[in-house]
Design a protein around this ligand. Structure first.
Ligand SMILES: NC(=O)c1ccc[n+]([C@@H]2O[C@H](COP(=O)([O-])OP(=O)(O)OC[C@H]3O[C@@H](n4cnc5c(N)ncnc54)[C@H](OP(=O)(O)O)[C@@H]3O)[C@@H](O)[C@H]2O)c1
Length: 240
C-alpha cells in the first residue's frame, strides 16, 4: 500500500510501539489521528503536531469518544494498537475480575467495535487497511498472562475470519505480531527486548507490502517452530 496521503487512525499512538508507528508513518507523508489515554502523553504528541483524541478504550465510552473525535471524515487505515494486560497467578491470589474485564475490552472489544463502526467508511475508500496488533503470544500463551494471551489469540482469530470475508474488497487486513519489545508493557520482565522503533519499522514494511502478517523479529522463528510442532511451540512459550 502507498502510505503517502492516507488518513490513519492509530490507537495507543502516544507511547511505545504506537508512538514509533506514528513518527514513522508521518515520515511517509500519511496523516495521523492518534488516540491516547494519559493526558500528558497525549499533550506531548499534540505538541509534536499530531492530531489527537483522548479516550480510555477499556470501556465503551472510550470508543464513542474516538468516533465522535473522528466525525464523518474519510479514514483509509485503522490501526488497533492500544493494548495492555496484567499478570495473575491462581496459585498466589484470585485475579481482579474488573481488571480482567478492562483488559478484554481494551484488547478485543475496542478493536471489534472500531472495526465494525468504521467498516462502511473503510469499504468506500479505494484502498483501505485494518492493522490489528496482536502478539507472538497469540500463537502460544505464557502462563503468567492468561487473560492478555487469550485476548490476543481471540483478536488473531477474528482478524483471520474477517480477512476471508473481505477478500476481493478494497479493505486489506494485516495482523502485526510483535515479539518482546522494550516498552512500559514489559517493564521489569523479559530480556533481549527489541527496540520499539525497530518493531514499528517492521510493521510499516508489512503495511507497504500488503502482507497478511507482520511477524516481527523472533516471532518469525516461533511461527516456524509452530508450523512444525504446535506442541513444542506451546512448551517453549508457556514458561516465558
Ligand atoms: N511490548 C511488547 O513486548 C509487546 C509484545 C507483543 C504485543 N504488544 C502489543 O503492542 C501494542 C502496543 O504495546 P506497547 O508495548 O507499545 O505498550 P505501551 O508502551 O504501554 O503503549 C500502549 C499504548 O496504548 C495506550 N493504552 C493503554 N491502555 C489504554 C487504555 N485503557 N485506553 C486507551 N489507550 C490505552 C497507551 O496509552 P497510555 O500511555 O496513556 O497508557 C499507549 O499509548 C499492544 O497492543 C500490545 O499488546 C506489545
Amino acid at each position: 500500500m502507498q502510505l503517502a496521503g492516507k488518513t490513519i487512525v492509530l490507537t495507543g499512538g502516544t507511547d511505545g510501539i504506537g508512538r514509533e508507528l506514528a513518527l514513522q508513518l508521518r515520515a511517509k507523508d500519511a496523516h495521523l489521528i492518534l488516540t491516547g489515554r494519559t493526558a500528558s502523553r497525549v499533550a506531548e504528541m499534540q505538541s509534536l503536531g499530531f492530531e489527537v483524541i483522548t479516550a480510555d478504550l477499556s470501556q465503551p465510552e472510550g470508543v464513542e469518544a474516538v468516533l465522535k473525535g473522528l466525525g464523518k471524515r474519510p479514514i483509509d487505515i485503522l490501526i488497533n494498537n492500544a493494548g495492555a494486560g496484567s499478570d495473575h497467578d491462581f496459585r498466589e491470589a484470585q485475579p481482579d475480575l474488573a481488571d480482567n474485564d478492562r483488559c478484554i475490552f481494551l484488547n478485543l472489544n475496542a478493536p471489534i467495535h472500531l472495526i465494525t463502526r468504521l467498516m462502511a467508511g473503510l469499504k468506500s475508500r479505494p484502498e483501505a487497511m485494518i492493522v490489528n496488533v496482536t502478539s507472538g503470544l497469540a500463537i502460544a500463551p505464557r502462563a503468567g498472562g492468561p487473560v492478555y494471551c487469550a485476548t490476543k489469540a481471540a483478536l488473531r482469530s477474528y482478524t483471520q475470519a474477517i480477512r476471508a470475508q473481505l477478500a476481493g474488497t478494497s479493505v486489506h487486513l494485516l495482523e502485526a505480531l510483535p515479539p518482546v519489545v522494550e516498552t512500559k508493557l514489559t517493564a521489569g520482565r523479559g530480556s533481549r527486548k527489541m527496540a520499539p522503533a525497530e518493531c514499528a519499522r517492521q510493521i510499516v514494511v508489512g503495511m507497504e507490502k500488503n502482507a497478511q502478517e507482520a511477524n516481527v523479529g523472533m516471532v518469525k522463528l516461533l511461527q516456524a517452530v509452530h508450523s512444525i510442532s504446535p506442541a513444542l511451540a506451546r512448551k517453549i512459550m508457556i514458561r516465558f
